[in-house]
Design a protein around this ligand. Structure first.
Ligand code: ATP
Ligand code: MG
Length: 556
């Protein structure tokens, strides 16, 4: 029995004990294929597939493809990839609301026959105007009293394509004075002479979400239909349709949607970012899309850990982006191999090292876990280190390199800086150092303590790379917080991407695309598909901020 650590799992656990419950627990993830999946969807995927797994149940993937105008096969394929990437397994249960168009149509006719639906000739604007408000009841349509026979005839002719778009709709006949506006004779079918990606031109009328969704759940024998809070008011309609038709009735339960600081989680707005080219595409690593996060190097396990940590609530809140970064760092800290790259190189010459000598050091890919294996790293007279690891005027307790100081080159030798060569513009051109030949491996024979350890590369063996340093896509925690006349676009961070020419160890040059590693002391980076034979491209997945802060404190 799984732990009931949130209110949804508690409800399901209780339901399973009821004598009328028919196993298995059955959930579904119901995306509309009108955009790419984002982190909000990840929350729903982790919940629906997670619950199914924990309760020995099943979870379907159902495409809610009831709107032929905005939907596309490109999105269907991308959604499949993303759900699979997060570990969602729907086996052979890939369904489409459009699979049920014939059944849904039959249910609509049945509602008409029951006197519970009618064809309305009012325009959409008129219907809206007559709907009433929270304080005023709505007005009944003059077409509300049509006979069953007339409604059936008109609805069949709607299906046969006799009427133009927008000329008529089918509405459920419920209650125009219901305190719940959703129940004021909602539209359940509309005319749309449009090509559908799966049913082509078979249909010119399409069911609306509220009608298609509950009945799709019912047809698939979903036991628990988990959705976000904005559907609380729609639950009454969900229940009404199923009860009126007397069909199998899943339980709808609402939970709070995920909101994340510095991010937009709305497909409509993400589409705008792509179409207006504020980002390079859906999979731009700055996007909160699952394909963007994947390209950035975020492992699916980190997203699962994140979803677990934020939990499920019954009221909306906003999660700090830093929480996601924490989960990414926490996972990669334990799983990412460590290699060396120098982002802002400064040339180091080891004066007492033989000119043409090259030594190879066997370095662990993960110091704490030998099962990761090792690689050979070349060492020679000409090296590079990080420019920031040298100071002409070092502050107190600076344990990195400065003139006269001794540091350890990671796994290699102890070196001491003897001279600094400065160019005419004042910038440092190169550092001259000596090495202690007795310190192979990085330890002094005489036992003297050397605190600082730097990463380094052999200048002539290092390969070129372009490194993309990403920052938040939006400057404000809430991108919707705008001045009058502005939109969220005005809150885009102009510095969300910084490119940097870096040097990397040879092993990183041959690393497979899509692999995330730690550049020691620098951060986590993922090899990008834009990499070429000549130049690797790496995306920064996350900084080392936490451990870095600690190192700085220790003065390393
Ligand atoms: P958007 O607002 O981005 O257009 P949507 O809700 O219209 O999203 P759907 O494709 O209909 O997108 O969503 C599929 C499933 O994912 C639904 O069950 C929905 O409740 C869930 N979902 C979407 N956004 C979030 C979110 N931010 N947090 C949690 N679940 C979400
Ligand atoms: Mg939706």
């Amino acid at each position: 029995m799984p732990e009931a650590n949130d209110f949804i799992r508690q409800i399901i656990a209780d339901d399973r004990l009821s004598p009328s419950f028919e196993p298995p627990v059955h959930t579904r993830f119901p995306p509309e294929p009108n955009g790419y999946l984002h982190l909000g969807h990840a929350k729903s995927i982790c919940l629906n597939f997670g619950v199914a797994k924990e309760f020995d149940g099943l979870c379907n993937l159902r495409f809610d493809d009831t709107n032929p105008v905005k939907e596309d096969m490109e999105y269907v394929n991308a959604i499949r990839d993303d759900v699979r990437w997060l570990g969602g397994n729907w086996e052979d249960r890939e369904f489409y609301a459009s699979n049920y168009f014939e059944k849904l149509y039959a249910y609509a006719e049945k509602l008409i026959e029951l006197g519970c639906a009618y064809v309305d000739d009012l325009s959409q604007e008129e219907i809206r105007a007559m709907r009433g408000t929270l304080t005023e009841p709505g007005k009944e349509s003059p077409y509300r009293t049509r006979s069953v026979a007339e409604n059936l005839d008109l609805f069949r002719r709607m299906r046969a394509g006799e009427f133009p778009d927008g000329s008529r709709v089918l509405r459920a006949k419920i209650d125009m004075s219901s305190p719940n506006i959703v129940m004021r004779d909602p539209t359940i079918y509309r005319i749309r002479h449009a090509h559908h990606q799966r049913t082509a031109n078979d249909w010119c009328i399409y069911p609306l979400y509220d009608f298609a969704h509950c009945l799709s759940d019912s047809i698939e024998h979903i036991t628990h239909s988990l959705c976000t809070l904005e559907f609380v008011n729609n639950r009454e309609l969900y229940d009404w349709i199923l009860d009126t038709l007397g069909v199998y009735h899943p339980k709808q339960i609402e939970f709070a949607r995920l909101n994340l600081t510095h991010t937009i989680l709305s497909k409509r707005k993400l589409i705008q970012l792509v179409q207006e080219k504020h980002v390079t595409g859906w999979d731009d690593p700055r996007m909160p899309t699952l394909c963007g996060l994947r390209r950035k190097g975020v492992p699916p396990e980190a997203i699962h850990a994140f979803c677990k940590r934020i939990g499920l609530a019954r009221s909306d809140s906003t999660v700090e982006y830093a929480m996601l970064e924490f989960c990414i760092r926490e996972y990669l800290n334990e799983h990412a191999p460590r290699l060396m790259a120098v982002l802002d190189p400064i040339h180091v010459i080891i004066d007492n090292y033989p000119d043409d000598q090259v030594e190879y050091f066997t370095m662990p890919l993960f110091p704490e876990d030998p099962s990761f294996g090792t690689r050979e790293v070349p060492f020679a007279k000409h090296l590079v280190i990080e420019r920031d690891d040298f100071r002409e005027n070092p502050p107190k307790k600076f344990h990195r390199l400065s003139k006269g100081a001794e540091v350890r080159l990671r796994y290699a030798y102890l070196i001491t800086c003897t001279d600094v060569v400065t160019g005419s513009d004042g910038t440092i051109k190169e550092l001259h150092c000596t090495y202690d030949p007795e310190s192979r491996g990085g330890q002094a024979k005489d036992g003297r303590k050397v605190k600082g350890t730097l990463h380094w590369l052999s200048a002539n063996h290092a390969k070129k790379a372009v490194v993309r340093l990403y920052d938040q896509l939006f400057t404000k925690a809430n991108p919707e917080d705008v001045e009058p006349g502005q939109t969220f676009i005005d809150n885009l961070n102009p510095h969300s991407l910084t490119l940097c020419d870096a040097l990397i160890e040879p092993e990183l040059h041959t690393l497979p695309v899509g692999k995330t590693v730690q550049f020691e002391r620098v951060g986590y980076f993922c090899k990008d598909p834009d990499s070429t034979e000549d130049c690797a491209v790496f995306n920064r997945t996350a900084t080392l901020r936490d451990s870095w802060a600690k190192q700085e404190k220790k003065g390393e």
